[in-house]
Design a binder for this molecule. Structure first.
Ligand code: ADP
Ligand code: MG
Length: 240
């Protein structure tokens, strides 16, 4: 589903990504962890071509992202992304937030888009909030709406960049539960998170990044019980 090869991204003299390579297979869940500034967000944004890269290549579902001939809008329709900040449209209701792109991009009828939105709202436990405005919802509820909005486009790949980092502790679980059920349904997912319980439970593979490089990559079992690198051990000792 995803093939990342020798990707380099520079901000001036800073190498935010330094020859990063990895693959994600169809249906696989990959969790990326690492200290602040290690390049996690830059990497995730590159997978959706929200960044220009300075070297290497990225193929998503057979589409070469950095080939100038690639229709980037087509690609973005296949890849959903959920950020730390929920980015809902404040002056649109929850239902409108979830139907808008379906109407404009997918050209669905109002009826189809609303049906799909309601199905997804039920799935994230918010069917009763369809007519509410985002400002009336808790952070956890807003993030669940943001996930539903992404799913409405029927993405083949979902990217999550610290989706629970901006939430009060009591709301983290409800968002992780939605992500876990998505994982169980077989969605291909790349998740940047500091939630180590989630990584242990859901990840097929954990990638640890530092200074723009992949330092260590392995199963959660390997990662949490017998990491190879000192840098990984130090990081784990600081957060666990
Ligand atoms: P992470 O998500 O792991 O915290 P980022 O990918 O956000 O790390 O950042 C990686 C490095 O690139 C950091 O040193 C950060 O300061 C730098 N960086 C990120 N975005 C920009 C930007 N737009 N301009 C300059 N430097 C940036
Ligand atoms: Mg980040």
């Amino acid at each position: 589903m995803v093939e990342v090869r020798d990707v380099v991204k520079q901000y001036g003299s800073l190498k935010a990504l330094d020859r990063v390579s990895f693959d994600v297979r169809d249906g696989e869940k990959v969790v990326i962890i690492g200290p602040s500034g290690s390049g996690k967000s830059t990497l995730l944004r590159s997978l959706n071509r929200l960044e220009q890269i300075d070297g290497g290549r990225i193929i998503v579902d057979g589409i070469d992202l950095y080939d100038p001939r690639t229709d980037i809008n087509k690609l973005r329709e296949e890849v959903g992304m959920v950020f730390q900040s929920f980015n809902l449209f404040p002056h649109k209701t929850v239902l409108e937030n979830i139907t808008l792109a379906q109407l404009v991009v997918r050209k669905r009828t109002k009826r189809e888009a609303a049906d799909k939105a309601m199905t997804l709202l039920r799935k994230v436990g918010l069917a009763d909030k369809a007519d509410a405005y985002p400002g009336k919802l808790s952070g956890g509820q807003q993030q669940r709406v943001a996930i539903a909005r992404s799913l409405a486009m029927d993405p083949k790949l979902m990217l999550f960049d610290e989706p629970t980092s901006a939430l009060d502790p009591e709301m983290i679980g409800e968002v992780l539960d939605v992500m876990k059920s998505l994982a169980r349904e077989g969605m291909t997912m790349v998740v940047v998170t500091h939630e180590m319980g989630f990584a242990r439970e859901v990840a097929d593979r954990v990638i640890f990044m530092d200074y723009g490089k992949i330092v260590e990559e392995g199963t959660p079992e390997h990662f949490f019980t017998s990491p190879t690198h000192d840098r990984t051990r130090l990081f784990l000792s600081q957060i666990l």
